[in-house]
Design a protein around this ligand. Structure first.
Ligand code: ATP
Length: 577
């Protein structure tokens, strides 16, 4: 939606702005009339000061009312701006939170943060400056023009002829400004993205000795932003200069005309001449003000365009249904029917995966690095939306079920489980939100996950703060927290991304034993790297470049899938070596 339409939609604001503009216009004319009348009485008619006391009081009242309404006019604009900004922020956040996983796949968190904060703020000038000024200027200039025509139509004609020059130049310069403001926003979002990226990868950059190179890149990006900002400012100054020149020229022409008629032709009264001269600067000033505000408004238009593009960008949302999953103790059956998924056009895709996982079966997904194993696991978890095909759970499409029902049945143990800022206990209990867990139960799962020794060493035990701002944990310890979550939840489906990096023998042993124990009550689908896991799987899915090239037991695949056999031989070689 255009900003113009958004502003018009705020009917109450628009009416209030029009009303205040009428009052300001009326006060400006009254003010000029009073000043001219006072000057005429004192200087031309040489009346005593007491003769104009009442007019002076009236003038003071007019000043006050005009000032007050100008303040109210500004306030209404600010109110409209904050309402629109709030709406934009809400729409963006709703879009991102409607499908956080899809959003995060597309990366660029820095860009999104800048969009929600800085770019939305850029919308402000349109509503707080340009829109109120446009209403003010159009109403006030009409009132002033009518007043001038009433006193001296020739000056009115000069005003009508010169006034359009202001909007014409305004549009010419404004077009350029919009382009420059667009460039400025591009540079700002690029700078934010680059900065966040470097910050997140600081350790990697340092290790590769790329710290100073990256600093130079950030500097270049920041200089680009500076140049773009200076360009915008250059146009702002140029625009003020041109507007100033045109209004000076208009006032000079009127002064010249009024002067000629007053002094040489003597066919205009002093009152009319002085009144026109008092009104002319006000008339050009109000047009000039809309010119300057227009400049600021153009920046807002560029920002609005950027936000609209983001909002319009299609983001397919996963729509869950409200079917209930069976309460049976047995895990549900899982069937992948021609399941395909793509990260986007020209990106990696998984194609037509067909497989059936019986309850309590142990499935291993194997394949070379980048073949799509983790992507398939995400798809099975219901985190990604398939592009075609479907996954059937107990013979019904997954997304017909209630989201909570499905997630309650499974646990996903990733290679690098996320630890939230909080205590060890909080981090384990997230597996069963809202459920009362006794201390005994907690001690049991801690023991099962091999965390007892670690926790015993800690002064605050399970109340020790970990994660952001707390005590750091090693990769193996994080995996064990994930296992504790799994033991607490006792899921019917376990999705496990087996670590590729070697864990210490202790953690490795715990992991193996725990997964074996958990799998007695669950179907377990593992992205497998260890020969041991692969060999004992009931069914192995062998992926290559997003395609399922082999399916079966270890023995079957060794016989009929050549690449699988090569991979196993290489692994055995590694183990032997
Ligand atoms: N968010 C994303 N956007 C675009 N492409 C992605 C995204 N995430 C992963 N990919 C690409 O998808 C492909 C498959 O990735 P995936 O992580 O599923 O592979 P993998 O088989 O699990 O690899 P590995 O064994 O190395 O972990 C890779 O080529 C990867 O570059």
């Amino acid at each position: 939606m255009q900003l113009k339409d958004m502003a018009k939609k705020q009917k109450m604001g628009t009416y209030s702005l029009s009303f205040t503009a009428f009052v300001i216009g009326g006060m400006t004319v009254t003010q000029a009339l009073l000043i001219v009348s006072i000057v005429k009485h004192i200087f031309l008619e040489e009346k005593p000061f007491s003769a104009v006391t009442l007019q002076l009081v009236a003038l003071l009242a007019v000043f006050t009312v005009r000032g007050l309404f100008t303040y109210i006019h500004g306030k209404i604009g600010i109110g409209m701006a904050s309402k629109v900004k709030r709406e934009f922020r809400q729409s963006l956040i709703t879009k991102y939170t409607n499908n956080p996983i899809q959003t995060s796949i597309k990366g660029q968190s820095g860009k999104r943060v800048t969009l929600i904060t800085d770019v939305v703020d850029e919308i402000d000038p349109y509503f707080s400056k340009y829109y109120p000024q446009r209403i003010l200027s159009s109403i006030v200039s009409l009132i002033l023009l009518t007043a001038v025509f009433w006193q001296n139509w020739v000056s009115g004609v000069i005003m009508v002829v010169t006034a359009p020059l202001i909007p014409i130049f305004m549009i010419i310069i404004g077009k350029k400004t919009e382009k420059k403001a667009n460039e400025q926003l591009e540079k700002l979002t690029a700078l934010a993205g680059k900065f966040l990226d470097s910050l997140q990868g600081l350790i990697t950059l340092k290790l590769f000795g790329k710290g100073s190179e990256e600093a130079a890149n950030i500097k270049t990006s920041s200089m680009d932003y500076r140049t773009a900002t200076m360009d915008v400012l250059k146009f702002a100054f140029l625009s003020s200069l041109v507007l100033e020149l045109i209004s000076m020229l208009g006032i000079a022409l009127i002064a010249f005309e009024v002067g000629l008629r007053l002094v040489i032709f003597q066919n205009i009264s002093f009152f009319a001449a002085f009144f026109v001269l008092a009104i002319a600067p006000e008339f050009y000033k109000t047009l000039k003000d809309v010119g300057s505000a227009f400049h600021a408004g153009k920046g807002s238009m560029a920002a609005a365009k950027k936000i609209s593009q983001e909002l319009e960008e299609s983001n397919q949302i996963i729509q869950w249904g409200n079917e209930r999953l069976s309460d049976a103790a047995d895990p549900p059956s899982i069937q992948l029917n021609n399941l395909s998924f793509s990260y986007g056009e020209d990106y990696f895709s998984l194609q037509n995966i067909n497989a059936t996982f019986e309850p309590y079966s142990q499935i291993a997904i194997v394949g070379p690095s980048g073949s799509g194993k983790t992507s398939l696991l995400h798809l099975i978890a219901g985190l990604y939306l398939p592009s075609t095909g479907e996954m059937l759970i107990n013979n019904q499409p997954l997304f017909t079920y209630d989201e909570r029902e499905w997630f309650d049945k499974l646990i996903y143990i990733s290679q690098d489980p996320y630890i939230f800022s909080g205590t060890i206990k909080d981090n384990i209990l997230i597996a069963c939100p809202g459920k009362e867990i006794s201390e005994d139960e907690l001690t049991y799962v801690i023991e099962k996950a091999g965390l007892t020794e670690l926790i015993d060493q800690l002064e605050d035990g399970t109340n020790t703060y970990i994660g952001e701002g707390g005590r750091g944990l090693s990769g193996g310890e994080r995996q064990r927290i994930a296992l504790a979550r799994a033991f607490l939840k006792r899921p019917q489906i376990i999705l496990f991304d087996e670590p590729t990096v070697g864990l210490d023998l202790y953690t490795e042993g715990i992991l193996q034993k725990s997964i074996e124990e958990l799998s007695q009550n669950a179907t377990i689908i593992t992205v497998a790297h260890r020969l041991h896991t692969i060999k004992r799987a009931d069914c192995i899915l062998y992926l290559e470049n997003g395609t399922l090239v082999g399916k079966g037991t270890h023995k079957e695949l060794l016989e009929n899938t050549h690449d699988y056999m090569t991979m196993i031989e290489e692994q055995q070689g590694d183990v032997a070596g």
